[in-house]
Design a binder for this molecule. Sequence first.
Ligand code: STX
Length: 316
Amino acid sequence: MLTLFPEIQPSVSSRLPVSDGHDLYYEQSGNARGIPVLFVHGGPGGGTSEFNRRFFDPEKYRIILFDQRGCGKSRPHASIENNTTAHLIEDIEQLRKHLGIDQWLLFGGSWGTTLSLLYAQKYPDKVLGMILRGIFLCREQDIHWFYQHGASQIFPDFWKGFLEPIPLEEQHDLLNAYHRILTSDNEIARMSAAKSWSTWEAKCSTLEPSTGLVGHFSAPHVALALARLEAHYFVNKAFIEDNQIINNAATIQHIPTTIIHGRYDMVCPVRQALELHEVLPEAAFHIVRDAGHSAMEPGITDNLIKATNQFALRLA
Ligand code: STX
């Protein structure tokens, strides 16, 4: 079983002003002359963490992490103004040009797979390959599963905590109820809802309870961005057509892709990975038999690092 590479520090950490007053945090680590790889984080609103650098051999990769607009160290924090999928795609393209990179490898998890796939469909000639973990197609049924009925049946105990901030008469439409509170003027209610939202997601992300993951995502700064951005994107159906990713698979057929998904992923059920693989039959596809959603599940980490090592050989 492969485990994370040793901790490294970024050689450059900087900011990139993008459109509409948003300002992105990004950083580079590893080998400045290595294969460029972009880490595309989840949520939306999850932000990057230091351990995200450690999926890549630092001698072979030029590792780029960035925080999508509105989250992590990007500013303004938790802002849903001028924050749509199209903006995020153009931010990635602006970052690519800014860094002087012709083509790069995309490494995305969860919402990071949604965004990577949509970016690749818009700019297929900029993408060397994709490593995708925990496929999230972001259709109505995929959102409904996690925020209304589905995962609620597997984790009924944690679900109580998710229902807690929502008045009974609004519980038939939890996403809109949360969105109302998370965008209200009541700062206390906003923060309390954000904490319940993010705790639910973090608790459902691993097969075994992970206090580290729950602690990170329920901390106020992280929770607020994650909850506000997710609710904003999901009430708007991610600003994409239903089944947009599947319907446009032809545009990315030729891009070398590895799909990795935990059998017991309760945030994004594995069926989404299967459906993606059906339209990208050339992609390598690994269902990890003893894993949930998180990249930190041991079997998922192992498969992710195997994939980055294989891409390093292939792209050398
Ligand atoms: N959200 C899917 C997603 O991208 C519905 C995601 N799921 N869990 C996460 O992200 C955390 C990493 C923030 C726990």
